[in-house]
Design a protein around this ligand. Sequence first.
Ligand code: C5P
Ligand code: MG
Length: 335
Amino acid sequence: MATTASGRQAWRQLMRNTSRGPASSLSKPQPQQQYRFAFSRQVSSKARVASGRAASQPPSSIFRQQQQQQPFAQRSYSSGSQGGKNTPPRNSQQVKFWPFVVVIALGSGGYVLLVNRRKEMPPTDTASSGGSSTPAFSPAEVTVLFVLGGPGAGKGTQCSRLVRDYHFKHLSAGDLLRAEQDRPGSQYGQLIRDCIKNGEIVPMEVTVALLENAMRETIASTGVRKFLIDGFPRKMDQALKFEEIVCPARLVLFYDCPEAEMERRLLERGKTSGRADDNAESIRKRFRTFVETSMPVVDAYDREGRVVKVDATATPDQVYAATVDKLKKALGDKL
Ligand code: C5P
Ligand code: MG
């Protein structure tokens, strides 16, 4: 599918950037880098908040499952098929000597070819997410709550109240993507625009990097270390990559709302939001993506007992009261 192919392309591009150093940009490297690419496994020690606990933190079991399912890296090495053409003519006088020379020459040539070809190959997914990474932030020092729910479930509304009362930093994956889409010179602008309009998931490398950068900036500039990550992870690979390299999440706050109610809210919002995806056609696609791709993420966390589910059908005040009540039970009175 287009998204998967473009995802692989984005991954190769990003990995090429990272191989130049830990401070690559989401755009092509520029003197004034606004965004730093965050996927280097050699995150600078200054930027790391990781403590011993992060280093020893075992990957979550959903991550282990995924690792087991990952196929082995497949590289199609040349089998030296040009050997047929180069086979010397049979000559009964040379038969004892030349075959050895030819075999050794072909073997050595093939080996050099393979080594050179391998150097040019991009790293495979397995190599780059082999589970040996240490998250950039320790869950002992940084709290991450994922906030999920269908489009129009009220995630943003509830997050802004939690920010007001409990000093979280609200990071909306959708808002970060829209900002990146509009950033002059972004090489992902068009890709993001297309995905959003069609209700598809943007390749996770882009979204995870934007989130990690935003977390770093927040911690550096405000010292706030409690994050509500809204609208993320929308797909299993986002969850796995984020928990592997950024920070294991404490829990998922899931807003459960019937589709008819969400549709009503989105169409109402669409009158003034100016969003390219708040129209009937995009809404339909977003619902489908949510059911097929995002709900399995909620279900996976639920199996781990990491979901706090709130009924989001009632008024914002009522939903907020239920949210605070349930979060306090899960996290303690101070949240
Ligand atoms: O969360 P929000 O409704 O603002 O997201 C808008 C769009 O941004 C989604 O429909 C999707 O295309 C993209 N998105 C994404 N991955 C995320 C969050 C949003 O691809 N984690
Ligand atoms: Mg939102």
